[in-house]
Design a protein around this ligand. Structure first.
Ligand code: FNR
Length: 379
């Protein structure tokens, strides 16, 4: 039995990742902003809800297939965009994307990924979306979009909940940066985590490949959030989003939506998908939990736009609860990344497999034969 077989839940994978990674890297992935209230609330908003099951339904072969934008996903999960993943495992982006593709779900590549748009498109056969951070350099924004379009990415996800970088205090204390700037604490962490250190030394050092040369001074030693934050355009507004709508030919989603009035306005301007998210509790500490924001957005939009919800999904049943609250599908961030930190592609595969297996079982136990048409009552 390899160690991944001993992981029965995302929480098991998290514990394994915690043991194997230097604390600064684990904290960067696991942590949230300031007091981590929103981080905790995201979980609580899902775990406090209960399903009122139906019985005597034929659930012998539950259907997890989910139609999104005219395509069929094998299950209602999409991998969230995540930057700097190679700090945890070399080429973690590619490992996660391949694991997603092999299980029939979409992978979203971040602007701040450690794998370029083109390298990812060449490495993975599956369905890919591209996430755009709105950078101060608007020519660079349009260049990134053109590259994603040319490389065949199916949808553009524009993240709007990050006009400035969040205050992640674990990262400030740990002084974690990209490129890694070693201090004595980091050297000690490397010595005490030799397998991680060897993997890092024998692979390409992590860098922001999509925006290489545009991210300010490399040796600045700023935390990742601060370095990304410095390059973001905090004056971006509705009129700019209209222009982006005109530029991108494929499906356009906006990520970081929390308020129903914003949701309605986006629907009216022709946005195809709303991604309800608070960035996994990594930005505004005090932001509403995604599962709490979702019902009002569903109420306002009435099924006229695709809704994806992320932040806090750690169990298959969370997807069913999100569905009951109005989501078409859920985004998964830390879950597959923690898996990748434990065992590369196999680890990411195990994380997605656990979530799919849990969702299938939850559907059967709650009398849901078909995910996309499920009508679930929650308490
Ligand atoms: C993120 N997230 C993120 N979001 C985004 O739009 N662009 C990005 O580059 C990143 N980078 C990033 C790095 C890491 C390490 C994490 C954990 C998260 C947020 C991400 O897309 C998603 O919203 C959350 O991760 C969802 O919450 P869970 O599933 O991690 O609880």
């Amino acid at each position: 039995m390899n160690s991944l077989d001993k992981a029965h839940s995302i929480s098991d994978l998290r514990q394994m990742a915690r043991r194997r990674l230097p604390a600064s890297v684990f904290d960067f992935i696991d942590g949230g902003a300031e007091d981590e209230r929103t981080l905790a609330d995201n979980r609580h908003a899902l775990t406090r809800r209960r399903i009122s099951s139906r019985v005597l339904v034929d659930v012998s072969s539950p259907n997890l297939e989910t139609p999104i934008f005219g395509n069929t996903w094998a299950a209602p999960f999409v991998v969230c965009p995540m930057g700097s993943c190679a700090l945890g495992w070399p080429e973690a982006d590619i490992a996660i994307a391949r694991a997603a593709a092999s299980q029939g779900i979409v992978y979203t590549l971040s602007t701040m990924s450690t794998t370029s748009i083109e390298r990812m498109a060449n490495a993975v056969q599956g369905r890919l979306w591209f996430q755009l951070y709105i950078l101060k350099n608007s020519a660079l924004n349009y260049d990134l979009i053109a590259r994603a379009q040319a490389a065949g990415y199916e949808a553009l996800v524009v993240t709007v909940d990050l006009p400035v970088g969040g205050k992640r205090e674990r990262d400030l204390r740990n002084e974690i940066s990209i490129p890694l700037k070693f201090n004595t604490k980091h050297l000690w962490e490397g010595i005490t985590h030799p397998r991680w250190a060897l993997r890092m030394i024998s692979s390409k050092f992590p860098e922001f490949e999509n925006v290489r040369g545009f991210m300010g001074e490399e040796g600045s030693g700023l935390t990742i959030a601060a370095r990304v934050g410095e390059s973001l355009n905090a004056s971006y507004q509705w009129s700019d989003l209209v222009q982006l709508r005109d530029k991108w030919k494929g499906k356009l989603l906006v990520k970081g939506v929390q308020h129903p009035e914003d949701a309605l306005r986006m629907l009216e301007m022709g946005i195809d998908g709303l991604w309800i998210s608070n960035h996994g509790g990594r930005q505004l500490d005090g932001a509403i939990a995604s599962a709490d924001a979702l019902p009002a957005i569903y109420e306002a939009t009435q099924g006229r736009v695709t809704l994806i919800m992320d932040s806090g999904v750690r169990r298959g049943v969370d997807a069913l609860i999100a569905k009951a609250l109005g989501a078409n599908a859920v985004g998964i961030g830390r879950a597959p990344l923690l898996g990748a930190c434990v065992g590369g592609q196999k680890g990411a595969h195990r994380a997605i497999e656990i979530l799919i297996d849990e969702l299938r079982r939850s559907m059967q136990l709650s009398g849901v034969a078909d995910f996309s048409s499920a009508n679930i009552k929650l308490y």
